[in-house]
Design a protein around this ligand. Structure first.
Ligand SMILES: *Cc1c(COP(=O)(O)O)cnc(C)c1O
Length: 496
């Protein structure tokens, strides 16, 4: 098999192996690691995928990208990641309601799709550290819009040789998301609320990563930074697996013929989830269109339609908080690809973004993004969809999933495409009980998130997921709140 190397989207050619790229998280010049080649799966191989369960598929895909790991190492990592941690036997069940398919990615320990990659990443990192003879402790710095934080905490808690610091917007997550994070146990974890939004947190984390002085100081203490955000290639690649899995499920259920193209509708914020879908397409998975669904922070919708990325706008707090993002980091990897892998272009555009808050791509690059359909849904539209699907099918979507359902409906109105479509379902409604129940009936608005857990369970006839059931008994472990410019010193204090 061909060796794969990882280099920066902004031109620094370090030719890192997968294990080096996973450990380092972000490239030395501030760019993102991209594989020098995206492995292609031919028809014969694709046919074999039909007979693989989720874990086998995960091994199959990981092997193609993480070429400096041997099969046994990867298999061990994957077993540890997925055994006993998911409430659903096949990790990501595909559900059908009416003519629509829902790929439920939320049956893991924190009830959001990020579990799928973040259950695996810590094991990949540990294996990578061993492979590289790393004698330092890895410090995971994470900015979260709500779900990454808890999934990273859950994944790294008490993992030897690692420490985790999570920053979340104090005012920008649901009460249940917040409680999940601040009750996290483990001797190696720290959770800090910040007075700012997700973009502020993400920008500052990236700055800390590139603070040369700070880095030197840490090295003296035998620490190195890495990232659990989807900028880490070790997060991105495991997400490719469920697109293949979703396709194979449709095949196995006889819903499509082999080779038939399908669409995915993906609720999008940082562009990590949908980028994995784009990579799947490049690998040969038969995909027709990718529906990029935004909430009212519709930077991506505007970008896909105009070729202008403009983050200079008001940041809105919506009922789908995990998508309240104006700077979508992973878009940089798409830009790299559609520019013909021209790091010079990427660097110029990213400079524009950091200096002027916007950039414009060429007509040619814009044409290269035609596989994407950009759409957005307002909070009201998101609520309408939740009601519509629940009333028709007694199927309860969370707010994020509902954004992509809403965009799918717009897509049907805008086009005459009748390709089978999978709605990527990214969170359990139990994470957003207030928004979801308040949508079904005003009378629930007087109750708080925690009271509504039981109510939701009764009304939707759903079992309360175990991680939620536990939550009421958990003690608060973290109460620090800081300003953006204090984030670095919080990290420092924690590492003392
Ligand atoms: C993170 C998240 C998203 C957005 O995914 P990106 O990879 O950031 O685009 C959508 N829905 C939920 C529930 C999430 O947690």
């Amino acid at each position: 098999m061909r060796e794969i190397y990882y280099n920066s989207t902004r031109g620094l050619n370090e030719n890192f192996t997968a294990s080096e790229a996973i450990l380092q998280g972000i490239a030395g010049d501030g760019g993102l690691f991209v594989p020098n080649n995206i492995p292609f799966i031919n028809e014969e191989e694709l046919k074999e995928c039909k007979h693989m369960n989720f874990k086998q598929l995960s091994l199959y895909i990981s092997k193609k990208f993480f070429t400096d790991f041997d099969e046994n190492e990867l298999k061990k990592c994957i077993d540890m990641a997925y055994e006993h941690k998911f409430e659903s036997e096949d990790i990501a069940p595909l559900n059908k309601e009416g003519n629509v398919f829902y790929l439920e990615l939320f049956h893991g320990p924190t009830l959001a799709f990020k579990d799928i990659a973040l259950c695996l990443l810590p094991h990949l990192m540990k294996a990578a550290a061993k492979k590289q003879n790393l004698r330092k402790d890895i410090v995971i710095l994470t900015a979260t819009s709500g779900d990454t934080g808890k999934a990273a905490l859950e994944g790294f808690s008490d993992v030897e040789g690692t420490k985790v610091v999570v920053f979340f917007p104090e005012e920008g997550v649901s009460n249940i998301q917040k409680k999940q994070m601040i009750t996290q146990t483990g001797t190696n974890v720290k959770v800090v609320g910040i007075k700012g939004n997700f973009d502020d947190a993400q920008r500052e984390v990236k700055r800390i990563f590139n603070d040369v002085e700070f880095k030197k100081e840490l090295e003296k203490k035998s620490y190195m930074f890495s990232s659990a955000n989807s900028i880490n290639i070790g997060r991105l690649i495991p997400q490719i697996v469920y697109y293949f899995h979703g396709y194979m499920e449709l095949l196995r259920k006889g819903e499509i013929k082999f080779g038939e193209k399908i669409n995915f509708a993906v609720p999008t914020g940082n562009f990590g989830n949908i980028l994995a879908a784009y990579y799947s397409k490049k690998m040969g998975l038969p995909i027709n269109r990718l529906l990029c669904a935004s909430n009212e922070n519709k930077v991506l919708y505007d970008f896909l339609n105009t070729g202008i990325y403009d983050a200079e706008r008001e940041f809105l707090v919506t009922i789908s908080p995990s998508m309240d993002i104006l700077i979508s980091s992973n878009l940089e990897r798409l830009i790299y690809d559609i520019s013909g892998r021209d790091a010079g272009i990427v660097k110029d555009l990213m400079d524009d973004l950091s200096k002027r808050g916007k950039y414009k791509i060429s007509e040619h690059m814009k044409n290269e993004m035609k596989i994407f359909y950009g759409g957005f849904a307002s909070d009201e539209e998101t609520r309408q969809s939740i009601r519509e699907v629940f009333n028709k099918y007694k199927y309860l979507m969370d707010t994020h999933t509902s954004v992509s359902y809403s965009v799918y409906k717009k897509y049907l109105r805008d086009t005459d495409d009748n390709t089978k479509t999978i709605i990527v379902s990214t969170a359990s409604p139990f994470k957003f009980t207030r928004s979801v129940m308040g949508t079904l009936d005003d009378k629930y608005n007087s109750k708080d998130d925690f009271q509504l857990i039981e109510v939701m369970s009764k009304v939707a006839e759903l079992k309360i997921p175990k991680p939620i059931e536990k939550l009421s008994k958990c003690k608060i472990q973290h109460s620090t709140v800081c300003e953006i410019n204090q984030m670095e010193s919080e990290v420092e204090k924690f590492l003392k």
